[in-house]
Design a protein around this ligand. Structure first.
Ligand code: PGA
Length: 247
């Protein structure tokens, strides 16, 4: 069985009480799983979940981080603050943040550097829009996101890539197995060209975008797919644990 990374991106959902209810059901159900399991809740639930997951096989991640250590950045949060409340991972450059919070590749790059320097593992999201795919620009978009986002980064040990085609996020449309396999292979090639064979060979690439209990098995069996970043289908403890146990 291939060991996968299965990360839940809760986006802006769940109160502390709801998160703890989730943990109470989820921990028990996935305790025999050999996969790497990560839940990324809203900031306010990171601490409660880190406590609830203590001694289990589940880690907690955040959904964003600032690139500065501290200072006059109203509404932001630093990598050390996230570590302080028990986060081990952080999602960086999710397409919703690129879209609604004007996160550019340069900002993603600064955030990645700060996260890994602080000892967090970063889940770097990349992905093309429907128009870009239709215009055959998928690879140039992904290459630019990877090249600019990873500028100046010399090792990939604490970076996971999540390929999430924007048109597949929250839409119920998943990329076909063929599209996913082809794109993941392309991402590997780009990483190899930037970092060389040795450095890039162990990089993990997750697929994200409407992954659910019916399609997970097929997607996760594909070559170069090392796991999934799951949004909507990670909100239910029962459903997400079923998904994890089925792959
Ligand atoms: P989705 O979200 O599974 O609800 O499509 C995935 C993501 O945005 O990470």
């Amino acid at each position: 069985m291939k060991k996968l990374i299965l990360a839940g991106n809760w986006k802006m959902n769940k109160t502390i009480a709801e998160s703890v209810d989730f943990a109470n059901i989820f921990c028990n159900r996935v305790k025999a799983s050999k996969h790497k399991i990560i839940i990324c809740p809203v900031f306010t639930c990171v601490h409660a979940l880190a406590q609830a997951f203590k001694g289990t096989n589940i880690d907690v991640g955040a959904q964003n981080v600032h690139f500065a250590d501290s200072g006059a950045y109203t509404g932001e949060i630093s990598a050390n603050m996230l570590k302080d409340v028990g986060a081990k991972y952080v999602i960086i450059g999710h397409s919703e943040r690129r879209q609604y919070n004007a996160e550019t590749n340069e900002i993603v790059n600064l955030k990645l550097k700060k996260a890994i320097e602080s000892g967090l593992t970063a889940i770097m999201c990349i992905g093309e829009s429907l128009i870009q795919r239709e215009k055959n620009r998928t690879f140039s978009v992904l290459k630019k996101q990877l090249t600019e986002g990873l500028t100046g980064i010399t090792e990939l040990d604490n970076i996971i890539i999540a390929y999430e085609p924007i048109w597949a996020i929250g839409t119920g449309k998943t990329a076909s197995s063929e599209q996913i396999a082809k794109t993941h292979a392309g991402i590997k090639r780009v990483l190899k060209s930037i970092f060389g064979q040795q450095q890039s060979k162990n990089i993990k690439i997750l697929y994200g975008g409407s992954v659910n209990n019916s399609n997970a098995k097929e997607i996760l069996a594909l070559k170069n797919v090392n796991g999934a970043l799951v949004g909507g289908a990670s909100l239910s403890a029962e459903k997400f644990s079923d998904l994890i146990l089925s792959v």
